[in-house]
Design a protein around this ligand. Structure first.
Ligand SMILES: Cc1cc2nc3c(=O)[nH]c(=O)nc-3n(C[C@H](O)[C@H](O)[C@H](O)COP(=O)(O)OP(=O)(O)OC[C@H]3O[C@@H](n4cnc5c(N)ncnc54)[C@H](O)[C@@H]3O)c2cc1C
Length: 305
C-alpha cells in the first residue's frame, strides 16, 4: 500500500511527488507520457526554463526525484480508480493493480481541436493557445484568431493590444461576440470559415470557405478541454464549468469534494499554465501529506449543488 498514488506525472504531478518524497512518504507516480504542451518547440513564461522544450524540463523534474528512494515513477495509463480514503484501488491498462491511501489527480485534460484539416499537425507550432506563452515569438506579425467560444473575442483584443496591430478574428458564426467592442479595439472581423490550414517554419496559410487564401504568423484558439472517462470523473469529484470546459473544484489545500483525493494543474484550473501547475502541485503534495499526518484536519471541499 502506497501512501499516495499520483495519476499523471507531468508538471503538477512530479512537483507533488517531490514534496512527498522530501517527507519520505511512499509515492507512486503513474504517467501516460502525453503532457498537454508536448507539441510545442519551446515552453515560455516559466522562469529558469524559458524556451526549453517541455520534454527537457520534464526530464529534469524526473531526474530531481531520483535521489528520493520512496518515490517511484512508472510509465502507464490508469484505466480505473475506485475505493475510499485509506483504501484506493487503481488498475493500469496492463492489468497491474496499485493500492494507495491518498490520490492526487494531475492527469490534465484532453484538448478537442476544431475539425479542420491540418490543425493537428500545426498545433503548438503555428496554431497556438495563449498569447502569454507564445505571442512574443510572433509579435508584430499579422495574427488570426479562430472563435471557438465567446472568450475568443477577449483573446483577439489581448493580441491586438500588445502583440500585433494586425489581428483578424474568424468569427465562424459564433454568437455572443461583442463585435462593436472588437471593432473599436481595432480587431478585424471575418465570417468566412477556415476549411484547411497549413503551418510551416515562417507562418500559417489558411484556406477559407470561398476558396480564398490568407497568410498569418500564427492562428490562436482556445480549444474546448474535456475530462471524459478520466480518473477525476470516475471518482465523482465535483466539477466547475470553465470557459474552455469542466475542471475539478478544489479547496485551499488542493482537496477535492471526495475524501482523500487531491487535484492539481490543468485538471483543476480554468486556464492552463505551467507556473500554476507547479504551485498547485506543491500544494497538493503538502495537502495530501498533511491529511496523512493529521487525519480529519483537511475536510473535503463542500459543494452545494
Ligand atoms: C500547445 C500548448 C502549448 C503550451 N505552452 C505553454 C507554455 O509555453 N507555457 C506555459 O506556462 N504553459 C503552456 N501550456 C499549458 C501547459 O501545457 C499546461 O498548463 C501544463 O502542461 C499543465 O501541467 P499538468 O501537469 O497539469 O498537466 P499535463 O502537462 O497535461 O500532464 C498530464 C499528464 O498526465 C498523463 N495522464 C493523463 N491521463 C492519465 C491516466 N489515466 N493515467 C496516467 N497518466 C495520465 C498525461 O499523459 C500527461 O503526461 C501550453 C499548452 C498547450 C496546449
Amino acid at each position: 500500500m502506497h501512501d499516495v498514488a499520483i495519476i499523471g506525472g507531468s508538471f503538477a504531478g512530479l512537483t507533488a511527488a517531490l514534496q512527498l518524497g522530501r517527507a519520505s512518504r511512499s509515492v507512486v507516480v503513474i504517467d501516460a507520457g502525453l503532457p498537454r504542451n508536448r507539441t510545442s518547440p519551446g515552453a515560455h513564461g516559466v522562469a529558469g526554463w524559458d524556451g526549453m522544450t517541455p520534454a527537457e524540463i520534464l526530464a529534469r523534474f524526473r531526474a530531481d526525484l531520483v535521489p528520493y528512494p520512496t518515490v517511484t515513477t512508472q510509465d502507464g495509463v490508469v484505466t480505473t480508480v475506485a475505493g475510499v480514503q485509506d483504501a484506493f484501488a487503481l488498475t493500469l491498462s496492463t492489468g497491474q493493480a496499485i493500492a494507495a491511501r491518498r490520490i492526487i489527480l494531475t492527469h490534465g485534460v484532453k484538448d478537442i481541436l476544431p475539425d479542420i484539416p491540418g490543425i493537428t499537425q500545426a498545433w503548438g507550432r503555428r496554431v497556438l493557445h495563449c498569447p502569454y506563452c507564445h505571442g512574443y515569438e510572433v509579435k508584430g506579425q499579422p495574427l488570426a484568431v479562430l472563435a471557438v467560444h465567446p472568450m475568443s473575442g477577449h483573446q483577439a483584443m489581448l493580441l491586438r493590444a500588445d502583440w500585433s496591430d494586425d489581428v483578424t478574428l474568424f468569427s465562424s458564426g459564433m454568437e455572443g461576440l461583442h463585435t462593436d467592442a472588437l471593432t473599436a479595439a481595432g480587431v478585424k472581423l471575418d465570417d468566412r470559415a477556415i476549411t484547411r490550414l497549413q503551418g510551416d517554419d515562417t507562418g500559417i496559410g489558411l484556406t477559407l470557405s470561398d476558396a480564398a487564401t490568407a497568410r498569418f504568423g500564427a492562428l490562436f484558439l482556445g480549444p474546448r478541454a474535456v475530462l471524459d472517462g478520466s480518473p477525476a470523473q470516475q471518482l465523482g469529484c465535483a466539477l466547475a464549468d470553465g470557459p474552455m470546459g469542466p475542471f475539478v473544484r478544489t479547496g485551499p489545500m488542493a482537496q477535492t469534494s471526495v475524501p482523500g483525493v487531491f487535484a492539481a494543474g490543468d485538471v483543476a484550473r480554468a486556464a492552463p499554465n505551467i507556473n500554476f501547475a507547479l504551485g498547485d502541485g506543491a500544494q497538493a503534495g503538502t495537502g495530501a501529506h498533511a491529511s496523512l499526518v493529521f487525519p480529519g484536519f483537511i475536510t473535503p471541499l463542500e459543494v452545494s449543488s
